[in-house]
Design a protein around this ligand. Structure first.
Ligand SMILES: Cc1cc2nc3c(=O)[nH]c(=O)nc-3n(C[C@H](O)[C@H](O)[C@H](O)COP(=O)(O)O)c2cc1C
Length: 372
């Protein structure tokens, strides 16, 4: 069903480019009626090429798939990218660190799609703290197109299952780490540091699963029922959590928010984490020199650029962030791994036999774009 959803969105987006974007892109939203009519008009007024740039930006990854971005159109070629406060993850990301990394991913998708569609994009950080709403001021000018394989954006996804226990080749490690300079380290399965990361990931998940507000926040971002998923178009679904087959059918019909708070669900989650860190290729650890807003955004850009190249190499990427979200793990991780700088991403990276199609939800542009 979610595959069909992503395909349908892609079909809609390309048809929209041909016929004028708005009514199709915003077919499934449900803010208030007036708000909806207004936002439809805003998307309809966009240059179709710009709408395509924004659509591809919206396919960026984000923690709990909260999609914490809003796009304000201040002039036909000028945008302000802001955070949506109601999509902040107060419990697992109180400093908006992950939010800014996600903004970097969003920005990278924007930049490469803009080039492909014949724009030169300039951006400026306008946010003065991670808690300010307005983050980036973006200007697009017409330029000679620079081709980019947009399918890599459309097909990128988080892959949590079926990682193979085979170390990445030296050439692949080199290719995916080189753009980070000194800020990426790879630890293959079985190495002391990989084993430490696996064990601590289980422990950090245990702490988070039993931290009531964090578990409640998670419960609020899971869209168990199909209707809920169709309405919200964000958050995690059974398909995106890779609960498929009969189990997928069962949870889509019978699981509720309250069930997420029960010990059984927490323990099943921990079992899944144990299985995930039992088989994989290695860990890719991304660090940064500091934790400034601009550094976090630039780190997010680099991670997204790397992620976009992984499907072609049959490399699955699974961020496992709990160590960075829970105490005391987050304060120890850099020193334990012998890394200078601040750890920003812990990614489980492995070869995979069959790369699955993307299934996570995305909100339509009409819920993201407004005029300022
Ligand atoms: C900053 C950041 C942190 C994330 N942390 C986790 C995590 O701890 N566990 C996990 O399974 N996925 C994690 N993800 C992946 C998101 O859940 C995923 O990007 C989102 O659900 C959208 O799915 P997609 O990547 O397949 O498009 C993280 C992603 C980002 C950008």
């Amino acid at each position: 069903m979610h595959n069909a959803r992503r395909d349908a969105v892609k079909r809609i987006a390309s048809t929209a480019l041909a016929v004028g974007v708005a009514p199709l892109l915003s077919a499934c939203l449900d803010p208030t009626r007036e708000d909806r009519a207004q936002r439809d008009d805003v998307v309809r007024a966009l240059d179709p090429a710009l709408a395509d740039v924004l659509y591809h930006a919206s396919l960026a990854p984000s923690g709990h798939n909260a999609q914490p971005w809003m796009i304000g159109v201040t002039a036909p070629n000028r945008l302000v990218i802001s955070t949506a406060r109601d999509r902040w993850l107060h419990e697992v990301d109180p400093q908006n660190r992950e939010l800014l990394l996600s903004f970097g991913c969003f920005l990278e998708n924007m930049i490469v799609t803009a080039r492909h569609r014949g724009f030169h994009l300039e951006y400026q950080l306008v946010g003065t703290s991670p808690a300010t709403s307005e983050i980036l001021d973006v200007t697009l000018r017409r330029a000679t197109p620079v081709a980019f394989p947009l399918e890599s954006i459309q097909q990128r996804r988080t892959v949590r299952s079926h990682h193979l226990r085979a170390a990445l080749t030296r050439a692949d490690v080199q290719a995916i780490t080189a753009p980070f300079g000194d800020h990426a380290a790879y630890f293959p399965f079985g190495s002391t540091r990989a084993t430490w990361l696996a064990e601590q990931t289980i422990e950090a998940n245990r702490v988070q699963a039993y931290r009531e507000p964090a578990q409640r926040e998670l419960s609020e971002w899971i869209r168990w029922a199909d209707d809920d998923a169709r309405r919200e178009r964000n958050g995690l679904t059974p398909a995106s959590m890779e609960i498929t087959g009969l189990s997928g059918w069962y949870v889509r019909h019978f699981m509720t928010r309250a069930d997420v708070m029960k010990p059984k669900f927490r323990e099943q989650g921990l079992d899944a984490v144990r299985a995930q860190v039992g088989d994989y290729g290695g860990w890719l650890v991304i660090t940064s020199a500091d934790a400034s807003m601009s550094t976090l955004i630039e780190t997010g850009r680099l991670v997204e650029r790397m992620w976009l190249g992984c499907r072609a190499r049959m490399i699955a990427i699974h961020p496992m962030t709990q160590i960075l979200e829970e105490s005391p793990f987050r304060d120890q991780v850099g020193a334990q791994l012998g890394l200078a700088g601040r750890v920003q991403f812990l990614l489980r990276v492995s070869y995979i036999k069959e790369y699955p199609a993307p299934v996570s939800l995305r909100m339509p542009l009409s819920r993201l774009v407004s005029t300022l």
